[in-house]
Design a protein around this ligand. Structure first.
Ligand code: 9Z3
Length: 397
């Protein structure tokens, strides 16, 4: 995994430029305030020489109307991102957590979106005060301490998005702000990003009215009909004509973050495609690591694909898999169940797969930083030798 020197990186942003995405789609209103927050955060950690990771997390929406009643969304709850962010903090990183609004957050994730209502963690004391239910005291204290430490040491910056457009603008802005960090910047792109979107000029301002349909049209067709709607002889149909989302990963690698290490995730549902798709992504974008996962097994199995390395599978042993909040249990034979239940009964703790993924990524990032520093030292030596030779030649002329 060779770092690229800044000179190898192109200054043009070919993929995004081609699509003129940022000319055609307006920035979110929060962008200026996020720029200020991001800049202050990065310069704080630049001064202390700390590594900074941008973790993206959760799904992106594709609004069908400007005053949005309806939108396309995906399944992601942000578990991967929120959990990974905690392990990056434990590994000494400062974390910019770019997440889908209302998705899971580091630390609070332990008490939100679960089968327990947050009130179940509370109890009424004899004096009538509200206290934490003794059953949860110890774990909650541990989580609270870590959360407060991250906050007090300014190591966690929470920024949110909802739509694919907000995500792209904010990712671009943050990546550019992180450039001064050089190889100490890490991008960990766990968000489930929509592959298709509805460009600004084809989004109808108001709620699409099914009652308005008279003739067959699709969104984008020049018609007085509401955009996005079509009718047929047999009845009304909503035809949504989406464009592919520009290949922002290429632009991130080549233009926005030429010196940082970039880790992307690849999600598939067909096991026979996972490894080849992960390698395809690596070839296409020339970045540093693709972590492949399947929708159905993502909580306990992933595969790492990196240039010039064997694939590496990371798997959580069956008896240490986190039991799902819906109560779903792994699909095992009766015999395997016996062993697993015995191991569970022995009290071996549940293991989150992110506690295995993040240390591996951290190790690769450390190697990446060392390599970059070696290359820079060699470049500096070359430059110095050239400068001395030039000075010598001037002196002898
Ligand atoms: C992932 O594969 C994440 O691991 C999950 C995490 C979304 C599966 P949850 O939030 O799920 O824990 O429920 N992210 C997919 C990343 C993605 O969309 N990649 C794109 C691609 O491969 C662009 S980088 O094309």
């Amino acid at each position: 995994m060779e770092p690229r020197t800044p000179t190898e990186a192109s200054d043009t942003l070919p993929e995004i430029k081609q699509n003129s995405y940022f000319d055609d789609n307006a920035p979110p209103k929060v962008l200026d305030s996020y720029r200020k927050l991001g800049k202050a955060f990065v310069s704080d950690h630049l001064q202390s020489g700390r590594r900074v990771v941008l973790v993206t997390s959760g799904g992106t929406t594709v609004p069908l109307e400007n005053q949005t009643v309806r939108f396309i969304d995906n399944f992601s709850a942000g578990t991967r991102g929120a959990t990974s962010a905690e392990y990056f903090l434990e590994n000494g990183y400062a974390v910019i957590f770019l997440h889908r609004q209302y998705s899971l957050l580091p630390y609070s994730r332990h008490y939100s979106h679960s089968t327990n209502c947050f009130l179940d963690y509370m109890a009424e004391a004899l004096n009538g005060e509200v206290m934490v239910n003794p059953e949860y005291q110890q774990k909650m204290l541990g989580v609270l301490r870590k959360y407060n430490a991250a906050k007090n040491e300014n190591k966690l910056l929470l920024l949110s998005y909802t739509t694919i457009n907000e995500y792209l603008w904010e990712l671009k802005e943050l990546a550019m702000l992180m450039r001064p960090l050089g190889p100490k910047a890490l991008f960990y792109l766990a968000a489930a990003v929509s592959d298709f979107f509805l460009p600004k000029d084809r989004v109808s301002e108001h709620k699409i009215q099914s009652s308005d349909i008279k003739q067959p049209v699709t969104n984008g067709a020049p018609t007085s009909e509401p955009k996005g709607i079509a009718s047929t002889a047999s009845g009304k149909k909503l035809m949504i004509d989406l464009d592919p989302v520009p290949k922002f990963l290429k632009t991130l690698v080549d233009g926005w973050a030429p010196e940082g290490m970039i880790v992307s995730f690849k999600l598939e549902t067909d096991p026979s495609l996972l490894v080849s798709k992960a390698h395809q992504a690596l070839d296409k974008y020339s970045h540093h690591l693709v972590i492949g996962n399947l929708l159905s097994t993502r909580k306990f199995e992933v595969v790492f694909a990196a240039p010039e390395r064997e694939e590496q599978w990371i798997t959580v042993p069956v008896h240490r898999r986190v039991k799902s909040v819906t109560g779903a249990r792994p699909n095992l034979s009766a015999k395997d169940w016996q062993t697993t239940e015995q191991e569970w009964l022995r009290g071996e703790q549940e293991l989150e797969i992110e506690s295995l993924i993040v240390p591996e990524v951290v190790k690769m990032h450390k190697e990446f930083i060392e390599k970059s520093q070696e290359i820079k030292a060699e470049d500096d030596e070359d430059l110095l030798a050239k400068a001395l030779a030039w000075a010598d030649s001037g002196a002898t002329e």
